[in-house]
Design a protein around this ligand. Structure first.
Ligand code: HEM
Length: 143
């Protein structure tokens, strides 16, 4: 399979949306939602310290009041630190920070914690620093 991110954002958030009478979670522009409720985002750019995907995610509920839409998930690494950013309505937002917890030629696993901006995107419910789901970057090991 080609290089891609695997990220569920935050499992409890997706479960909450799935439980809403009008909740909807969609993935487009190459991104997919798997039956395990995690997103796969194909990588469009991959260097040793920057990984990007053009996939788009759209999460709706509460009669349109809940509208979390983003695209262009980007992970930037600096040694063992990671910054996760996305494009929201033409604006780049750093939504999470993290640490590399596992690094092999095939995959990089990153712990993620929500930033203040990421919390705003998700309705201000989570305190900055709250754990989100780990994010995995699957790489082509043959280089
Ligand atoms: C009519 C407006 C809304 C109502 C009545 C509402 C109601 C609720 C309730 C009752 C919970 C607790 C659910 C539980 O613990 O099982 C919750 C959690 C949450 N809501 Fe909303 N909400 C609204 C709008 C929004 C919006 C606009 C957003 C995001 C942009 C949002 C994001 C969240 C998040 C992230 C959680 C926490 C989910 C988790 O991790 O457990 N909500 N909301």
């Amino acid at each position: 399979m080609s290089e891609h991110f695997v990220w569920g954002i935050k499992d409890s958030f997706l479960q909450y949306v799935n439980a809403l009478p009008d909740g909807s979670i969609t993935a487009s522009n190459g991104a997919i939602l798997t039956p395990k409720n995690v997103f796969h985002f194909p990588l469009t750019t991959s260097t040793s310290d920057k990984f990007e995907s053009s996939g788009e995610i759209s999460i709706h509920g509460h009669h349109g009041m809940l509208d979390v839409t983003f695209h262009h998930l980007t992970v930037t690494l600096e040694q063992d630190k990671a910054v996760i950013s996305v494009q929201v309505k033409g604006r780049s937002m750093k939504i999470a920070r993290g640490h590399v917890i596992h690094h092999t030629p095939e995959e990089i696993v990153i712990s993620t914690q929500v930033t203040t901006m990421g919390s705003e995107l998700l309705g201000g419910v989570y305190q900055a620093g709250t754990d989100m789901d780990p994010l995995t970057i699957h790489l082509n090991s043959e280089g």
